[in-house]
Write a protein that binds this ligand. Structure first.
Ligand SMILES: [Zn+2]
Length: 300
């Protein structure tokens, strides 16, 4: 009887160890986060964006993800990476490089916890990168937590993609953030929903195709989750206000861990992007975050 009891306890310990390791396994091995600054949900025309449209067919999407207010760049990139709104992150201006009001919580790097810092802290083996055309992005990602970050030459339209492709092929990153700036530039120039705005998006759809090909060439396609989204939209030649073309943004997610769910109707906020990525990597979300993972998109 005693021996049976010992055997039972040993089996129970073994089983709990197996289930513990099993549950710790992330739901994806790689996330590529592609941001197109200023891409509005209202003016989104999937018929002119074949690459992004194919991702929509393969995964889940909404055109009604809401930006936090004000509907400006640094505020919303911060929110996307930091899992919380302006009131907690403290980034309140379009070009904030540091928070204007104290971040409610800071990590050991002195910055509000980002998806990059949480991934590095909880899965130190992760390879994390970021490349962007607008230099302020590096102030918002927790650059201390990432292995690579680079400001691409935005006067050369393909430079950021070229840099991204090299990094994907060489490093097979766990989390890689690629932020294009130009839809916003066209919006401020000729206006949102103009021919030049749409021409820019058509060009960037081709650049997204190049990135997806690089993921395939790197041999990690089957284990990668792709996200395409933006910080805010715009109206006429500006943004920052409270109209739907400014605050409604696309969110497209497809690949590893994502079901073919099509359009979802659940509400989504900017800060839910960080929470969704954290859930894919099975990270514990910091208490200060308010983001919700978009569980309706998951196939686990
Ligand atoms: Zn922006």
């Amino acid at each position: 009887m005693k021996n049976n009891l010992r055997l039972f306890i040993a089996a129970a310990v073994l089983l709990s160890a197996v289930s513990c390791c099993g549950t710790d396994k992330p739901h994806t091995e790689h996330v590529i986060l592609i941001g197109l600054d200023g891409m509005s949900g209202t003016y989104f025309d999937r018929s002119e964006l074949p690459t992004i449209s194919a991702l929509m067919d393969e995964g889940c999407w909404t055109l009604e993800k809401r930006s936090v207010f004000k509907t400006s760049s640094a505020i919303n990139w911060a929110s996307m990476f930091m899992g919380a709104g302006t009131e907690l992150t403290g980034y309140t201006n379009w070009g904030s490089e540091v928070p204007e009001l104290p971040s409610r919580v800071v990590n050991e790097h002195g910055i509000f916890p980002t998806i990059n810092s949480e991934l590095k802290a909880q899965r130190p083996e992760s390879v994390i990168g970021a490349v962007y055309e607008w230099n302020t992005i590096h102030c918002l990602i927790d650059s201390v937590a990432v292995d690579y970050y680079e400001h691409a030459d935005e006067t050369v339209p393909t430079d950021i993609t070229d840099k991204a492709i090299s990094y994907i092929k060489e490093k097979k990153p766990t989390l890689f953030t690629i932020i294009y700036d130009h839809p916003d530039c066209e919006g401020h120039g000729d206006g949102w929903d103009t021919e030049s705005y749409h021409r820019e998006l058509r060009f960037l759809d081709g650049e997204v195709a190049r990135i997806l090909q690089a993921v395939k060439d790197a041999g990690i396609w089957e284990n990668t989750t792709i996200i395409v989204t933006s910080d805010h939209g715009g109206i006429e030649k500006g943004h920052g206000g409270i109209t739907p073309p400014e605050y409604e943004t696309p969110f497209v997610i497809a690949g590893k861990g994502i079901r073919r769910g099509g359009e979802f109707t659940e509400s989504m906020m900017q800060y839910d992007v960080a929470a969704t990525i954290a859930a894919l990597f099975r990270l514990q979300q910091p208490q200060v975050w308010v983001g919700r993972p978009m569980v309706q998109c998951f196939d686990f």
